[in-house]
Design a protein around this ligand. Structure first.
Ligand SMILES: Cc1cc2nc3c(=O)[nH]c(=O)nc-3n(C[C@H](O)[C@H](O)[C@H](O)COP(=O)(O)OP(=O)(O)OC[C@H]3O[C@@H](n4cnc5c(N)ncnc54)[C@H](O)[C@@H]3O)c2cc1C
Length: 408
């Protein structure tokens, strides 16, 4: 059970880290309230993501891996192609359950949010929607106060910021912490019905195009779930952005035209998929935080993207957020006071997550090339790059947290 230091936890953000942390905290007897800025559960929000074996193992420890699998789809692996449609590498995930204890699951973001929120509520986690944190008051050494938009307050023995890469908790409680940096790549996505596309059910086809990168997953029921990454200069403050660019006019038609232009000369099915998409989603400007001096101060701690935002290229942001939730709860179980628990958490987590954030950044750098010569050089290096990437990915997937182990 929880030690004397922590009975009530205020959790800011009900995305991925928040509900997972909440469920583990309930397990050690902590009263948990999640304050989520969105007005209601976001069942239709966003595109899709992959939960890696290391994340699925966290969900298995909570007993909800099956619930999430049922709302998503197993992924057999990834096939990589160059701009001429030639195969340059394969990562086969079909034996992931034997190697890592769990497989890779693709799921729509809204479906994942709904599953986590429902399971958290079932375990006694209170979730308040429409509750946006404005400030953290940590002046009283005995408790911490969250000040919410509209004037409400919430008090707890600890406050955990799970509020994503633009974390208000970080700005308020850790002044001077670095802002996330823009990596120069943007992301679009969508869901299409495109029966002619050569995307086998259960497989991800990843194309290193002439100018941009395209990924397509063969989802159950014949849908293609896709994303596109391309290079984009940082938006200039005060200058109007072109249609389809971040900050510019964002009709689906403008976005579609922009993506199609980036894939001119790439395998024709990419254009077919993009044209068959009723609504193009995005753009998301991809940011990361390579390192932060501290993740905690007094009774406040950051986890997930708030502490170590990562780009999606390693497919790990959600899984790391889940690992964080499990490990922080274990530290709060085993350390007598919050500050000691937070220090133990940061010491145990930092080397792993920072290495993965750097790895994701490196993987992204191959996705957009500046011209034909750079493209030719990149394509020559791809098979080796993919072999090294697959070995690194296997090490990341093999990581397991033992709930029974003592934190210190
Ligand atoms: C396009 C894209 C594709 C991705 N694909 C993958 C993938 O395939 N695999 C993967 O593992 N990761 C992927 N990621 C990364 C992954 O989505 C994040 O790492 C993950 O969502 C982090 O979880 P989190 O709970 O820390 O933050 P979030 O999921 O961002 O949740 C933060 C929550 O806090 C709420 N919030 C924000 N501010 C406040 C406030 N002031 N008060 C109250 N609530 C607040 C937000 O509404 C949100 O619900 C992708 C990211 C992007 C952008």
């Amino acid at each position: 059970m929880a030690q004397r230091g922590v009975r009530r936890a205020v959790v800011i953000g009900g995305g991925i880290a928040g509900p997972v942390l909440g469920m583990f905290l309930r397990r050690i007897g902590v009263e948990v309230t999640i304050f989520e800025a969105r007005a209601a559960p976001a069942e239709q929000e966003g595109a899709f993501l992959g939960i890696a074996p290391n994340g699925m193992n966290v969900l298995a420890e909570l007993g909800i891996a099956g619930v999430v699998e049922a709302r998503g789809a197993p992924c057999a692996g990834m096939r990589f192609e160059n701009a001429r449609g030639r195969r340059v590498g394969v990562i086969d995930q079909r034996d992931a359950a034997r190697r890592f204890g769990a497989g890779l699951v693709m799921i729509r973001r809204g479906a994942l949010h709904a599953a986590l929120a429902e399971e958290a509520a079932r375990r006694g986690v209170a979730i308040r929607y429409g509750a946006r944190l404005e400030d953290v008051d940590a002046s009283d050494p005995r408790e911490v106060v969250a000040r919410l938009r509209g004037g409400d307050e919430a008090r707890g023995d600890v406050l955990i910021g799970c509020d994503g890469f633009r974390s208000r908790t970080r700005v308020s409680a850790l002044p001077g912490a670095p802002e996330p940096g823009y990596t120069g790549l943007i992301d679009f996505g969508g869901f299409a019905r495109c029966p002619g596309a050569p995307v086998e059910p259960g497989w991800n086809v990843m194309v290193f195009g002439r100018r941009a990168f395209f990924g397509a997953f063969g989802a159950p029921g014949g849908e293609v779930w896709w994303f596109h990454n391309s290079g984009e200069p940082a938006p200039e403050p005060g200058r109007a952005a072109p249609p389809g660019a971040p900050g510019g006019a964002a009709t689906s038609e403008a976005l579609r035209e922009r993506i199609l232009a980036q894939h001119e000369g790439d395998p024709g099915w990419i254009g077919d998929v993009v044209r068959a998409t009723p609504e193009v989603l995005g753009p998301w400007l991809l940011h990361d935080i390579l390192t932060m001096p501290r993740w905690h101060d007094g009774r406040v701690c950051l986890i997930g993207d708030a502490a170590h935002a990562t780009t999606p290229h390693a497919g790990q942001g959600a899984s790391l957020a889940m690992e964080d939730g499990m490990l922080l709860a274990r530290c709060l179980r085993d350390e007598p006071e919050p500050e000691q628990a937070f220090a133990a958490f940061e010491r145990l987590r930092r080397p792993r997550v920072e290495a993965i954030v750097r790895q994701a950044r490196r993987q992204g750098s191959n996705k957009a090339v500046s011209g034909p010569v750079a493209g030719w050089l990149r394509d020559r290096a791809l098979p080796l790059f993919l072999r090294i990437g697959a070995a690194a990915q296997a090490r990341v997937h093999a990581y397991r947290i033992d709930w029974e182990e003592r934190a210190a």
